[in-house]
Design a protein around this ligand. Structure first.
Ligand SMILES: Nc1ncnc2c1ncn2[C@@H]1O[C@H](COP(=O)(O)OP(=O)(O)OP(=O)(O)O)[C@@H](O)[C@H]1O
Ligand SMILES: [Mg+2]
Length: 361
């Protein structure tokens, strides 16, 4: 089933929480709403589930206007950020609840619940009450309870926030697999960028009650439309300055006189002299030992800090000629790279093909 939000607005008293939110989630898609705390994600997903009425705008499920239809008639299931398990029911009873309401035969209920218990690895805890479980265990029960009813629309509000790092990665793979196999249209909420990129077909980045960019994870990461998205989706280096064309190549010059050349593949038309940002991700900066990979944007920089981050080495630097300009850079863990120390001067190659330009607002 497809889900569509048409110009949703929500006010609580005189506080505007959602502003003109429109969204199209196609059948079978896993769509993530990603944004900082308080931007309105929970409010939006609760409106889809029917737990909150919008102040204006419509919710369409499979093309039908469901704005005023109660939650239990929407063919959707929701995992709440606060789990909302029934405290007086055991794990087994919590998971079985929706199936009992649907009056399924007992044998079938038992079979479905046992399968769900295996999936969340809680077989041995099925007789416990929610108060006897850790936060992560409760979260898994809430997830299983939503999935056993085989909803057409699954709404997951930060379903992994209380799990440890290893369990999070296992569960997100499991969610993705189950969601894809059953073709359940899913709206997923997180404020974890890497989780959003790993799991989603598309991501909608939210800020202050509205969507600021919608796209596939690669699009959002590589081609952010504005400063908020560029900074929110992972670390980046941003240079602000005036843009000019050198033939077909965009060139940005910052107030400090740093010159950044791109490649002739702008994603939008520019007005020469307009204020732009040039964004380059930390992993797209090279430290050439011989011939640079793309002989442009060679800058001298001094290492101010180094952080060993396991999978890579992260360097914090400042441009040698202008100490006001900080940079971060991720390097592979080679022995040569690991020998780099604070205070060292390096020549950096800001790869022109990895530079993305977008206008300042
Ligand atoms: N019932 C309510 N009455 C008044 N304000 C509310 C109500 N519910 C939410 N808000 C406000 O709306 C804003 C958005 O809340 P919401 O829970 O949707 O954010 P969120 O993006 O889910 O944040 P988080 O990542 O912290 O869960 C917040 O500023 C919150 O205080
Ligand atoms: Mg929330």
């Amino acid at each position: 089933m497809s889900v569509r939000l048409n110009n949703i607005a929500k006010q609580f008293g005189d506080t505007t929480v959602l502003r003109d939110l429109s969204l199209d989630v196609t059948k079978g898609e896993l769509f993530t709403l990603l944004g900082p705390s308080g931007c309105g994600k929970t409010t939006a997903i609760r409106i889809v589930g029917g737990f909150i009425l919008p102040t204006s705008g419509d919710v369409l499920i499979d093309g039908k206007n469901m704005t005023h239809i109660p939650p239990e008639k929407r063919n959707s299931a929701m995992v709440f950020q606060s789990y909302a398990l029934f405290p007086h029911m055991t794990v087994f009873e919590n998971i079985a609840y929706g199936l009992k309401v649907a009056k399924l035969p007992t044998a079938e209920i038992n079979q479905k619940v046992e399968r769900a218990l295996t999936m969340i690895r809680m077989e041995r805890r099925k007789d416990r009450y929610p108060s006897q479980l850790s936060g992560g265990q409760q979260q898994r029960v809430a997830f299983a309870r939503s999935l056993v009813v085989e909803p057409h629309v699954l709404l997951l509000d930060e379903p992994l926030s209380n799990l440890d790092a290893i369990m999070r990665i296992e569960m997100r793979l499991e969610i993705k697999r189950l969601q894809r196999e059953a073709g359940i249209t899913t709206i997923y909420i997180t404020h974890d960028q890497s989780e959003a990129m790993a799991i989603s077909d598309r991501i909608g980045v939210m800020n202050e009650g509205t969507l600021v960019q919608v796209g596939r994870p690669e699009e959002i990461y590589l081609y952010p439309h504005n400063e908020f998205v560029a900074r929110f989706i992972g670390a980046t280096n941003l240079f602000r300055g005036k843009i000019q064309m050198d033939g077909s190549v965009p060139v940005l010059t910052t107030a400090e006189g740093v010159v950044i050349r791109g490649e002739s593949k702008l994603t939008h038309r520019i007005t020469p002299g307009q204020e732009h940002f040039a964004s380059i991700r930390p992993e797209a900066i090279r430290v050439p030992s011989g011939e640079p990979e793309q002989p442009a944007n060679l800058v001298e920089a001094v290492v101010t800090d180094r952080e060993f981050q396991g999978s890579h080495l992260q360097l914090h630097l400042k441009l040698a000629k202008n100490h006001a300009v900080p940079l971060i850079l991720n390097l592979p863990n080679t022995l040569d790279n690991l020998a780099i120390a604070a205070g060292q001067k390096l020549t950096l190659n800001l790869l022109p093909r990895a530079i993305h330009f977008f206008p300042c607002n």
